[in-house]
Design a protein around this ligand. Sequence first.
Ligand SMILES: [Zn+2]
Length: 484
Amino acid sequence: MFLKKFGFLCALLSLVMMAAFSTEASASQRFADVPATHEAYQPINYLADRGIIKGYNENGKQVFKLYNSVTRGQAAKMVVLGAGYQPLKVSQSSFVDVNPKTDPELSGFVERAASLGLFNTSNKRFNPYAPLTRGEMSMAVAKAFKLDVNKYASYPSPFCDIPTNHPYFKYINALYYNGIAQGSNGKFNPDSYLTRMQFSLLVARAMNAQFRLDVKPVTGQNPCQHQTAPERTDTIGRATVNDLNVRSAANASSSIIGKLNRGDEVYVISIDGWWAKVNYKGSVGYVHKTYLKLINQSGTAVKNRIIVIDPGHGGKDPGAVNGSYAEKRIALAVASTVKQKLERDGAVVYMTREGDTYPTLQDRVDFAQGKYAEMFVSIHVNSSSSSSAKGTETYYSITANDNELEDKALATNINNEIVKQADMVNRGVKREDYYVIRHSVFPSVLVELGFITNNEDLSKLVNSNYQEIFGNAIYQGIVNYYSN
Ligand SMILES: [Zn+2]
């Protein structure tokens, strides 16, 4: 309630300020993610000043979300307003996927854009929530701003991927020769999607010559140097989330060339840091590997996987204690067994501690990040004031993160193997916000092997044969996770 009122006040205040001061002053700090030093600061504020774009309110801050893709619906609004048109009043939409009752604003802009012929549509569908491609963009901008497309249709294309018979050729040429779009590395990438930042730059350039680019003369069209991806590789990446961006380069600000949904598979060519280079529809693309389950096509299931094992506690912190027995020693013994078995299978394994030391919880999270971990398994021993409490339980984070389904699958695989192999009572898979798993987005779980305060569990926990069994069970759980 308070926040809502506050937001309203802010809106009022900024209106008052807009009236009182120059555009420049009102524009400062409008979006937390577009500081004055940002290359797109001026064009984005130019559009915001004119009500053509809006930001999002997130945790009380206005943000623009520069790198989100722009949808066809959002693009319709921006070109209609940018070119000086108004939305139409709609009682019945021309499109079955646009509802004037639930979204009157959207349907007004879509109807106007359609009446101007700015977008191709078929089967009475506008697809307002689909991301806009660069090809679609070229026609919408060229038509809305009445660029002289026929004049530039006789000019050579500067883009190796846009032959003269390309359906968007004349629009793309008009954009190029008017200094509105440039492409990258000699390509226009007509099927790529646009970020909100990229589309804002294009609209601002179309509206105002001061934002336009220098146009370099074009002599003749060069053939494209294709970066084709190998058809098959040794590793498949299966998307663990919906709407996963496939990018043109290994960084989060490069253009989006496509999307994967949960379960979609791509061949992984190589991995560098957080980025997997993949075959996306025959071309090279890049995906953040945290959202790919990496499945080996030959060798063992864990070969090359980067796995961080975290023996709980250590050093000054013994964890749960019963007489001379301490959780920290049991955890380290079992963790070492897991490491050895995973390494035998070719995994790349790191332990957050190898001896009786005490890394802080944040140290452990940072350690895993620094190793570009693909999985994090924390090993602990339980205790209770009741000596009858016994059995194994495995935790994953209660705080929803994008990979919670993977967390749960991993927890279930590990818990089941421990219960089976060490003949433990099954206390099940549970959710709890333990620090080390809450702060890791890659699949991360925390295992409580058994109770140090229960005689039956204790006899296993401190027995080196059983420590081997616990370790083998965790290893097998990890293998099972990667195998299905
Ligand atoms: Zn513990």
